[in-house]
Design a protein around this ligand. Structure first.
Ligand SMILES: Nc1ncnc2c1ncn2[C@@H]1O[C@H](COP(=O)(O)OP(=O)(O)OP(=O)(O)O)[C@@H](O)[C@H]1O
Length: 224
């Protein structure tokens, strides 16, 4: 579905060095690394915004990259917004399904700029979750979400799309929270990618902060 073969890439300093990694469809991957290690750069390489210096990236389908900032049309209603994005993305997803999934009934005729914070998040989730592309990248798309909306994002958007056979890769700063929903961890460390199964992590680690989780994963990588 997504194959990274012998990829190296750098700006003035090297970010990836001879990386090989294979992502499989139907799984939700969390891409983890320390700040500035190159997560967003890897997404840009996968989406084709950047070209590897050496090596190749093979995609087995259509790809979409969701970025951090919520976008929608301020002067359109919720329904008009969702329908416009459905048309723009040219997906087979139906408005009625999104309306039920993201509880849009009470807000569908409200103009976007008049929505409360929580209502805006529901509109954002409906837009974020509507793509039916085969490969879906989410670069901190949960940054503006509160705890309730984040749970919906992890289950209804990320997990659901993976369950529908898509390859889903997410970057999130809510590491311990998000990891509970992931099928796999893709860990970027020392310019290489390593795969971990979250099930093998000690359960107490899941409640620890991001730094402790990274520390643990880094030690594991030393043994690979
Ligand atoms: N266009 C660019 N030109 C030069 N250097 C860049 C460019 N974009 C990113 N970098 C550098 O490359 C490194 C990796 O950046 P990137 O944004 O991919 O990291 P990240 O892991 O996503 O970071 P964060 O966790 O802070 O979001 C950083 O040191 C960054 O300063």
């Amino acid at each position: 579905m997504l194959n990274i073969a012998n990829v190296s890439f750098g700006y003035s300093t090297e970010i990836l060095q001879d990386v090989n990694f294979s992502f499989k469809p139907g799984l939700l991957y969390f891409l983890l690394a320390k700040n500035g290690a190159g997560k967003s750069t890897l997404f840009q390489l996968i989406s084709g915004d950047l070209k590897p210096d050496t090596g190749s990236i093979q995609l087995g389908g259509e790809i979409i990259l969701h970025r951090q900032n919520p976008i929608y049309f301020e002067d359109m209603t919720v329904k008009e917004n969702v329908e416009s994005f459905l048309e723009l993305l040219d997906t087979n997803v139906q408005y009625a399904d999104l309306k039920a999934k993201y509880q849009l009934d009470e807000i569908e005729n409200k103009v976007a700029r008049k929505l409360s914070g929580g209502e805006k998040q529901r509109l954002y989730l409906a837009i974020t979750g509507m793509s039916d592309d085969d490969i879906q990248l989410y670069d901190e798309a949960d940054a503006a979400l509160d705890a309730v909306s984040r749970k919906m994002y992890y289950t209804e958007v990320l997990q659901q799309n993976a369950a529908n056979g898509k390859l889903v890769i997410a970057i999130s700063h809510h590491v311990s929270e998000g990891l509970k929903y992931a099928d796999r961890i893709c860990f970027l460390s020392n310019k290489k990618l390593y795969e971990h199964d979250p099930i093998t992590l000690p359960s107490e680690l899941m409640d620890m902060n991001e730094d402790k989780i990274m520390e643990y994963l880094e030690k594991e990588c030393e043994d690979i």
